[in-house]
Design a protein around this ligand. Sequence first.
Ligand SMILES: C[S@@+](CC[C@H](N)C(=O)[O-])C[C@H]1O[C@@H](n2cnc3c(N)ncnc32)[C@H](O)[C@@H]1O
Length: 223
Amino acid sequence: MAEFSPSGPPYPLGTNDSVFQTQREAMQENQVGDATQNIEGSEAESSTVSELINMPPVKVGIKLAPYNPTSSEAIEIAIGLLDITEGDIVFDLGCGDGRFLVQACEQHSSIKAFGVEYDNDLCIRANENVTASNLSSQVTIMHNNVLDVDISEATVLFIYLVPEGILKLKDVLLCALERGVRIVTYVFSIPGITPVNTVLYKKSVKIYLYKREEPTNPIKKSA
Ligand SMILES: C[S@@+](CC[C@H](N)C(=O)[O-])C[C@H]1O[C@@H](n2cnc3c(N)ncnc32)[C@H](O)[C@@H]1O
């Protein structure tokens, strides 16, 4: 991928941003990743033992989606739907190179943003992008499995994972919605939950907003 540039398209729009052709195709890439992949791999064979011992695990946990970056246009729509405001705590669960968090923080200087990414190489890229954008005080990138991360402080979630991945988070997402967290999922919806808004991006890509519906006409109890 071309170098990240927050001001311009960092990749050819319409190619990298394409929807996974089918869910099956996306999941075909699914595999368990851990440090042993590296130790057994050809790359590792040329490493010294001490290098291997000191190496962080390349991938933490199971793959809940392949890497496919979201375009800045789509991120703009997601930010609008999420109605991000001062003091929000924003998480991108599977943050890739951190572009969603960078774009959100460039527009909202008082929010805090956290990216969770299981692939160490992408974490490094995300940290480089955060540093290049002078957002290190606002954005934290965590090399972790989204299934193992505490998101109880989050007020906003952005998720671009495949349905099986989202399904594994469903209980956590339901609790988050209960707490009043706003959630946007990109391309894939949360199975079994009706979004409050759906935006069609390009011809067939959908962006889904979930949030707790407040009663519009609360019934007052008579004394
Ligand atoms: C479709 S990409 C979306 C990237 C980024 N959110 C964006 O919109 O540009 C999904 C990301 O989730 C990451 N991922 C997959 N499984 C994960 C897991 N178990 N924990 C954390 N990240 C994961 C992938 O490495 C990839 O970067």
